[in-house]
Design a binder for this molecule. Structure first.
Ligand code: IVH
Length: 730
């Protein structure tokens, strides 16, 4: 097997000992040595694959990786018995292409009712007793255990062997994550013990420990990969991977605490069954106890709450369950939760501190997010120095001002939030916060979109300087070169990022001047990390190939908000050239107080079929930003956009604006439109002074009247076919 990395730039990772420590020749290995080395190699290769494919951060060189694989294969060659179903030869490299299969839960996976106060716990215990017709003095025992903040998982065992693992999903049907679950060390492949039932679904929580989460995020950040908001998300993201080798490289853990369908049970109590889980090889939570009354449960809750910060994993409450399985059966369920259990949730942890400043962060897509900079304060064992303020409206609603004393909260271990202001402590002379209307990263206008139909204003303010904003630049360049845009081979996200960091590509036009600059540059591309003579030559050839590009791709590549491929096509079928689009956008007036209906240029743009107010506004905002126009102009010096379709210049309707109205009988509205556009006409949705021709079918109403009033030529569908000289399709 060849290395999967041979076509990629070489890793510069330092040499490890991987290639050298396996000193015994394969021919001399004993079967036992071979088996243990085979297993160790599989794990090592799996983690290298994940580091390489997913984290983009290989830790060994290509040569070392190849040596590991060769040895692995040589061992399998000599000991074919090791080629089990888990053999790497079958699965490494390519992720399984299909999405997760579905698994029906024979016994549904339910949720728990919540409560927040001691009184509610007392009431829960009383309710259970009432339901069972017991007196207040009768004793009912309950288990009490931490509520783990992860995701639940159901593991099906047949004759002690793990066969299927599924996520909770909607409770009745989950996703098949069997291969991924097999990589979790806490989950036994085989259950051992005399009392293991023939079949059983063992259930519990997959989670990630805090330290492992921090380390994973550090790796992700170093590799410029997605960082996770909290351990729960990290656990979910890691488990729900199509490629099990990625799951394998993520440190997931599991606590067993419940079960679904079972052919028999090893005990008659909740506690007893969980004890059996531990005997069979599962990890169970060491803090689980049995209490005899509400006071005992509450005492245990307090004790867990006190240990919370030291546990090393996130919990969001304590779960109480009736201990006797017989009583559980009698209690049964209410809607989606058992009557015999409840989750006593922790309150969100809060603290008071001073908001020193409001920082505006600009995301990869231009969203401006306000972040409160706080005097550091400990909230639930964690030092917090910044908190999210969500958006402009939230700041206004809470009237948060710089200098205010605020209450901050960490709920569910997510990003801290500013809850409210303590107004009594507001310093004299403070002013309401004014949200910036210019992007702090590039100075372009930052706007909030208005849906002119519903009048709804978007909560998020966005920078309009996509192509000039450093905060968005790499993302925009990546889009620019992507498959459906300029599609430049050999110029992917990684390379774009590198060129940006090397100050070689700062705007789209730079891509096309790269070769010329490279000839004069001090450090030639072919001498840079990851590049050689061939790869540089190939890249320049790929770039040169894109000096002509379809005009709709050109416009799509600009990354104008709401202008995807379809809208780019719609716009360019109408405007034809980038210059015409720009002129149209510059001439247009977005409807406002002065022009409630906009002007003609606005009407023209929204008259294009499929182009609504939101898209038109985005286009106008984009070209309204002078530096965007500079970027486009620079690009047009390098690139020649090709008209979308060869327009029959001599067609009798080319350049004319046509409106179809009434019911057409010989062609659909879409066909009519496509035909007219093919012939070089512009198709509009409404009649105006600019309309040259109206094709009216039976039932035409107001558009026909308007055309007549304006003296626009009106013809029938048949006359249309005569005019353009084609027969309708049979
Ligand atoms: S028992 C029929 N025990 O909480 C009851 N659930 O809100 C089955 N959870 O989906 C659940 N720790 O993901 C139970 N010790 C624990 C738990 C726990 C976390 C989660 C589980 C469940 C959710 C319900």
């Amino acid at each position: 097997m060849t290395s999967p990395r041979s076509t990629s730039p070489r890793s510069t990772a330092p040499a490890s000992t991987a290639a050298t420590f396996r000193a015994i020749p394969v021919e001399d290995l004993s079967p036992a040595e071979a088996a243990s080395e085979h297993k160790a190699l599989a794990q090592e290769i799996t983690s290298h694959d994940a580091a390489y494919y997913r984290e983009d951060a290989p830790v060994v060189s290509d040569a070392e990786y190849d040596a590991l694989r060769q040895r692995y294969e040589a061992i399998e060659e000599r000991f074919p018995g090791l080629r089990g179903e888990d053999s790497l030869s079958e699965k490494v490299g390519a992720a399984p292409s299909e999405k997760f299969g579905k698994v029906a839960h024979k016994v549904p996976m339910l949720s728990l009712a919540n409560c927040f106060s001691d009184e509610e716990v007392v009431e829960f215990v009383a309710r259970v007793k009432r339901f069972l017709n017991l007196g207040a003095d009768d004793e009912v025992a309950f288990t009490s255990e931490p509520k783990i903040d992860g995701l639940s998982c159901s593991l099906h065992y047949e004759n002690g062997r793990l066969t299927v693992a599924a996520t909770r999903g909607d409770g009745s049907q989950g996703e098949d994550v069997t291969q991924n679950v097999r990589t979790i060390a806490d989950i036994p492949e085989h259950l051992t013990g005399k009392d293991v039932p023939q079949t059983i679904d063992v259930r519990g929580e997959v989670y990630m420990a805090g330290a492992d989460f921090e380390a994973l995020n550090a790796r992700q950040a170093a590799a410029e990969e997605k960082v996770f908001a909290n351990p729960r998300n990290a656990a979910a993201g890691s488990l729900r991977q199509l490629d099990p080798s990625i799951t394998a490289a993520r440190p997931l853990k599991f606590f067993a605490y419940a079960w679904g369908e079972a052919s028999s049970l090893p005990a008659e109590t909740q506690f007893g069954v969980v004890e059996a889980f531990a005997r069979w090889g599962f990890t169970t939570n060491p803090l689980m106890v049995v209490a005899k009354d509400a006071a005992g449960l509450i005492a245990h809750y307090r004790s867990i709450e006190a240990q919370r910060a030291l546990l090393g994993y996130d919990i969001d409450g304590v779960v109480y369950k009736v201990n006797s399985l017989e009583l559980q059966r009698r209690l049964g369920f209410v809607s989606r939760s058992p009557r015999w259990a409840i989750a006593h949730k922790f309150p969100a942890e809060q603290a008071t501190t001073v908001l020193e400043d409001i920082e505006i962060q600009v995301g990869r897509t231009g969203a401006l997010t306000p972040v409160a900079k706080l005097t550091p304060v400990t909230v639930g064992g964690v030092v917090v120095s910044s908190a999210t303020l969500h958006n402009e409206d939230e700041i206004a609603r809470k009237d948060v001002r710089i200098g205010d004393t605020v209450v901050v909260q960490r709920a569910g271990d997510v990003i801290p939030q500013v809850v409210r202001v303590i107004e009594d402590k507001r310093p004299a002379g403070s002013k309401p916060y004014e949200f910036p209307t210019l992007c702090p990263a590039c100075g372009s206008h930052a706007v909030r979109e208005v849906d002119t139909k519903s009048g709804k204003v978007d909560a998020v303010r966005r920078c309009t300087g996509g192509l000039i904003c450093p905060a968005q630049m790499v993302e925009r360049l990546r889009h620019f070169v992507s498959r459906n845009a300029f599609d430049i081979e050999g110029l992917g996200e990684k390379q774009v990022r590198a060129f940006y960091d090397w100050d070689l590509i700062k705007s789209p036009a730079d891509i096309f001047t790269l070769e010329a600059r490279n000839k004069e540059g001090l450090q030639r591309l072919e001498n840079r990390d990851g590049w050689g003579k061939t790869s540089a030559t190939n890249l320049f050839a790929a770039i040169a190939e894109r000096r002509t590009v379809a005009v709709d791709r050109f416009v799509f590549a600009l990354g104008i908000r709401h202008v995807g491929e379809t809208n780019a096509k719609r716009l360019m079928r109408h405007y034809g050239t980038v210059e015409a689009l720009e002129a149209g956008a510059l001439a247009a007036e977005i409807p406002g107080e002065a022009h409630p209906k906009g002007n003609d240029a606005w009407q023209e743009m929204i008259g294009i079929d499929g182009i609504g107010d939101v898209v038109a506004e985005a286009v106008i905002e984009f070209f309204g930003e002078p530096r965007n126009r500079e970027v486009v102009a620079a690009l047009l010096k390098e690139v020649t956009p090709e008209l979308m379709e060869q327009v029959a210049a001599a067609s009798p309707v080319s350049g004319k604006t046509v409106v179809f109205t009434g019911s057409l009988e010989k062609m659909t509205r879409d066909e009519a439109k496509a035909m007219a556009e093919r012939l070089g006409a512009k198709v509009a949705g409404s009649v105006s002074a600019k309309t040259n021709l109206v094709v009216a079918g039976p039932g035409a109403g107001s558009k026909l009247e308007k055309a007549q009033a304006l003296g626009v030529q009106v013809i029938t569908e048949d006359e249309w076919f005569e005019l353009v000289g084609t027969a309708p399709a049979p």
